[in-house]
Design a protein. Sequence first.
Length: 618
Amino acid sequence: MSEIKKPDIYKMNLPADLKKLSTAQCEELCGDIRKILIDTVSKNGGHLASNLGTVELTMAIHRVFESPKDKIVWDVGHQAYTHKILTGRLKEFKTLRQENGISGFCRPDESVHDAFISGHSSTSVSAALGIATAMKLSGDKTHHAIAVVGDGASTGGELYEGLNNAGKSDTNIIVILNYNEMSISKNVGGMAKYLSSMRTKESYQRTKGKVERILDKTPVIGKPVKNAVRNSKNAVKNMILHSTMFEDLGFHYIGPIDGHNLEELEQGLMAAKAVNKPVFVHVNTIKGKGYAPAEANPGEFHGVGSFEIKTGNPDVVLSDSFSSIMGKELCEMGEKNKRLCAVTAAMKYGTGLQYFAKRFPERFFDVGIAEEHAVTFCAGLASMNYVPVFAVYSSFLQRSYDQLIHDMAIGGCHAVICVDRAGIVGDDGETHQGIFDVSFLTSVPNMRIYSPSNYDELRLCLHKAVEDDSGICAVRYPRGRDQSLYDTSDPVSTYVYRHIEGAKVLLVTYGRLANDLFTAIEILRNRDIKCDVIKLVNIFPIDNEVVDIMSAYDAVLFFEEAYYCGSISEKYASICPNVAQFAIDGFVKHGKCDVLLDELGFSAEKMADTVEGFLKDE
């Protein structure tokens, strides 16, 4: 490629051509990339602030290293949009998070440049260490495994498990920490304070640089003088900064580096590349860099729907949601029950707990991105006769399975798990679809699970769960608003049974699907097919009354927005041989929620067609 004055990103061979550009050209390119990020996310939604903060860092990584020979592992993937653009997916980037488009997270089946799957926090160092170890075993001493970690991931325990092994591994692993003082909610905990103190010690870097420049000009004659020079560098470092915890773990530490200065970034990464030992690179960035609304409110622009670029205002404003209704109801309950506590894993706003946090700060606990710790922490609270309510996304609760069994269930603790984003969540795809919580929660002894289909049922179930001190109670509910047209009054916490004279088949479901199933019944009635229906609310343990009702029918069709294996329908089918299961088999890609539900056969029309087809085959 010939020298160009103004690089045209659409005509470049990426990422190879990046190495041919000057620093000034790359900086201009970074401005273009920010415009692409803002424009695309404003239309499609996605993770904006975190990606705006890592444009220069991503540029520097791809200029210094050689992907895919060097393996770049992005933690969570909230920072990887620029990586996608710079690795040949620019034309497809407009399809970000759209059906049949590119994913909002890293996927090895999408690009050879995506070294490892991403979606959940704090996993990158462990994955990168495995990759670096494999390189070493294969005799590759040239290339590196690079883990890019956001500071929010530093609140997750798996990160430290990885660092503990990586520092002493003698592999070509480089850990890049992007520190911007934010995860999703404001960072909490000791590590956030430690990293913040590191930012203030940039005076060490300036002093160290001055000393090194002087030493470089000093005539060095003989080994004793060289040793004295080296010791003088260490003395300056120890006097100003002492050692970092990362050096104590075995890493060569580089930083802090200005994450928006390309020259500094490239120098730091070149130094890291030359070490050929475990290296920790500390980079400071501004979350939301280059877009004023995101810089001012990085938390609000972490994960967003479509919005107006000029103002930053969202295109759709939800006046309420299952999350907010839960949070507000918990507040009212907290007024009366002084032993009620609320716990979140860095998702105060996402789970609706901001109301409780404001009113009862002494009983609200944000433990960071540490779901395992959160459950055991709740078990500790429960052991002292407090009632902990842990609000967590379904896909993140997966990380706490051992703690649910060992620390909570065996001890007979009474705690409430509010399982947010249960079922299909849409654009975030496989790593975030909440389809597995039913399967693993029902395998835990002394577990009770509610799945309300509307706000009134949610309020009732939350009260029941808090009052039921016999064990663990989970209340699961979907993302978004209550759009129920049926059963919106006289809520129950058990089940609803509707019988129509002359009905040929019984239909069963729970949660969000209930609304579409009732619509499907109306569609079937117009086709001269009568159906009875059971809407479960307390979905587990199995209700013997429901079993008796099911047993009276020749055919029962059970529609379930959950994974097939270990599902509620599977449990009823093991008792009642007349139950036909219609559940989710395998992972679910990203796309709009209603589109995905239709493709899975869970729209009203599709469920009506399934029932009609089933009866014709009988």
